[in-house]
Ligand binder design. Structure first.
Ligand code: SF4
Length: 232
């Protein structure tokens, strides 16, 4: 019985529904790509928080939005209302998590448009399955690194010469500064190929519940770089 409950909690969290301490109540995590929402999305979220929660929305540290205090009986109706507003639940578990991005497209320092790249990356790798653990991605528009790409499993940074790529970063209990790959992605398309190849390598080499940085330390960065060598 206890194992069933654990399985249920895992399945719920993987679909963006977080059980709260108070039984019967849940926090709903909404997918926000690059921290960007339209005013229509915000109005819909406010209405949904009023209807199913307590009129409150929480902003997460990774640019996500959560609606706390939703009763279990309302989950399906809430999901339908989100879908009608063009929103969806944020994936959890061993998946590519919501992609973080700075607003570099209109920032005076921006060398790329991280919002456009965030949407492309979300389309390209957002549904990848079979990862050993969670996979966090961040895109920053210039070397000022406001979106902290070095703290993510995959980080991207706009530079004058192309897109710098970082791999294996994380925070949490055992933080790790990411490794910068020696090769720049010359355009978005090459970046998408590199991102998918990094995930391919991670799936092939990662152990269960091992973050990418730990896999790199165990298998070696040279192995990952070799798998990317043909993409240039
Ligand atoms: S990382 Fe650069 S482009 Fe992005 S918000 Fe910071 S200063 Fe602007």
């Amino acid at each position: 019985m206890a194992a069933d409950i654990v399985m249920d909690v895992k399945a719920l969290k993987a679909s963006g529904i977080i059980p709260q301490k108070d039984r019967e109540l849940y926090t709903i995590r909404v997918q926000v790509v690059g921290g960007h929402l339209t005013s229509a999305h915000l109005a819909a979220l406010a209405a949904i928080a009023e209807k199913y929660g307590r009129g409150r929305v929480h902003l997460t540290t990774r640019q996500g939005m959560e609606i706390p205090d939703v009763h279990g009986r309302d989950l399906e109706a809430l999901r339908r209302d989100l879908a009608a507003a063009g929103l969806r639940l944020a994936p959890g578990g061993n998946r590519v998590r919501g992609i973080v991005a700075c607003p570099g497209g209109h920032c005076r320092c921006g060398l790329i448009d991280p919002q456009v790249l965030a949407r492309k990356l979300s389309e390209s790798i957002g549904s990848r399955e079979g990862l050993p653990h969670k996979f966090k991605v961040s895109i920053t528009g210039c070397p000022n690194s406001c979106a902290k790409p070095q703290e993510n499993d995959l980080g991207v940074m706009g530079t004058k010469d192309g897109l710098a790529v970082f791999v294996g970063g994380r925070v949490g209990k055992h933080p790790r500064w990411a490794d910068r790959l020696p090769v720049l992605a010359k355009d978005d398309e090459m970046l998408l190929r590199m991102a998918n190849a990094v995930i391919d390598w991670y799936i092939a080499n990662g152990a269960t519940k091992e973050r990418l940085g730990a896999t790199i330390e165990r298998v070696g960065l040279a192995s990952l770089e070799k798998s990317l060598a043909s993409l240039g």
